[in-house]
Design a protein around this ligand. Structure first.
Ligand code: NAD
Ligand code: UD1
Length: 375
């Protein structure tokens, strides 16, 4: 069995890193054995030859996780269609592979557009969504329209197009405030934000489509994915994108709450690996998987890590907590390791360093926006 990487938000970065390496080695050893036989099973299940070209539709493919997934599919020689309305994603995220894919600007809330994008697709990786928890608290109707109605359109179109499988982006926010850590897929979901509800409803619809129409689906509950191309510019952006750019601008990162809340921050290449494994793994139809690293880190510790990486001494500003915010999050990834052959290859610390480097190389540097507070 593949166990959690690290466990407590309070452990030091060094011991977390050592723990990560230990568990990664153990997981890799087990998974090498399982992966080999699973890969053989996957191939015979799908009748695949090594290098066989498949057609993938990636909804939300111009976004953060989507564009990283598209890159890997193109690298492996697959045919890719991206459907994205560019409400949050950017065509520039696809610039490097633009002439190797089909890009369609359109919305998943229009089923005819979805049907057109899905023509001849073997697999659908459904990522398009409105992704922010606080934005869903502010405007639950629009979040529902995109995340629930849009997902229903994708499932109906996939059923009619007879695709091999739909992999859906679900979310750890489905667990809500259940106090037990790590979160295991067998726990009763109890989302506390409209966003969390919308993502859980997507899972339920997917399972119902399996039962009613025989549609093959797999839902991946991602745990706080971060990395290159995560948009830092919106008030609703993910926290690590905002913190990295704050450090690069030497401006003050804002923490909502006391900073002791923790997340299983997961580098994006781990999520990409999970997406591709989930398309092909045999005997997992209708299942839900946690995708994280199995550890967690508090926001206060993230600030310490960024001070080390950037060689600065910046203190955060503390604002009141956000509505709909959960306190702690940490994935049990045993099921994904066992049934998908998933192994998180990149640790939090390595991922944070790579992400900081990426923003440093790509983001414009405006003058410091706020007075720097030195710790
Ligand atoms: P993102 O905002 O970068 O990507 C979402 C993409 O969907 C964007 O490109 C956006 O333009 C597109 N989109 C939005 N509404 C659309 C519509 N109506 N029609 C077509 N395209 C539309 O966010 P991301 O972090 O890459 O998230 C991808 C998926 O993963 C989402 O479903 C999100 O809920 C889920 N997820 C993300 C995280 C995370 O930590 N990033 C964690 C759990 C789940
Ligand atoms: C994130 C994802 C969501 C996903 C969920 C699952 C985004 C925008 N949200 O939600 O799609 O389903 O993970 O794991 O990608 N915070 C600050 N300062 C900031 C911004 C945030 O302190 O400037 C805090 C928040 O209050 C929260 C934590 O950081 O406690 C994480 O926030 P955020 O990055 O928005 O992610 P989640 O709400 O966990």
């Amino acid at each position: 069995m593949c166990t959690a990487i690290g466990s407590r938000a309070s452990t030091s970065p060094a011991s977390r890193a050592a723990n990560f390496e230990r568990i990664k080695t153990r997981a890799a050893r087990l998974s090498r054995f399982r992966s080999f036989s699973r890969r053989l099973a996957v191939r015979s299940h799908l009748g695949l030859q090594e290098g066989h070209r498949m057609r993938y539709l990636i909804t939300g493919g111009a976004g953060f996780i989507g564009s990283n997934t598209v890159d890997e599919l193109v690298r492996r020689g697959h045919s890719v269609v991206v459907l994205d309305d560019l409400s949050a994603g950017k065509e520039e995220n696809l610039a490097e592979i633009r002439n190797k894919i089909t890009f369609m600007k359109g919305t998943i809330t229009d089923i005819e557009v979805v049907r057109k994008a899905m023509q001849e697709a073997d697999y659908v990786i459904h990522l398009a969504a409105r992704t922010s928890v606080p934005r869903s608290v502010k405007d639950p109707v629009e979040t529902n329209r995109i995340n629930v109605d849009g997902t229903l359109n994708v499932l109906c179109a996939a059923r009619d197009a007879k695709v091999k499988r739909v992999v859906l982006a679900a979310s750890s926010s489905a667990y809500g405030e259940t106090p037990t850590l790590p979160k295991v897929e067998t726990m009763q979901p109890a989302p506390i934000s409209p966003y969390g509800v919308s993502k859980y409803v997507g899972e339920l619809y997917a399972q119902a489509f399996g039962k009613c129409y025989g549609l093959d689906t797999v839902a991946l509950r991602y745990f706080n994915i971060f990395g290159p191309r995560q948009d830092p510019s919106s008030p609703y952006s993910g926290v690590l994108a905002k913190f990295c750019t704050a450090f690069l601008e030497s401006s003050v990162p804002v923490i909502f709450g006391d900073g002791s809340q923790s997340r299983d921050f997961t580098f994006v290449s781990n999520a990409v690996q999970a997406n591709l494994l989930a398309c092909e793994a045999p005997s997992v139809a209708g299942k839900v998987f946690n995708i994280g690293t199995g550890s967690r880190i508090s926001l206060n510790d993230v600030i310490d890590s960024l001070n080390k990486i950037s060689g600065q001494k910046i203190a955060a500003q503390y604002d009141p907590p956000r509505d709909g915010d959960i306190r702690d999050s940490q994935a049990d990834i045993s099921q994904a390791c066992d049934l998908l052959g998933y192994t998180p290859e990149v640790s939090f610390q390595e991922g944070l360093a790579r992400t900081y480097e990426w923003y440093s190389a790509t983001q414009p540097r405006p003058a410091a926006k706020a007075e720097k507070l030195t710790a």
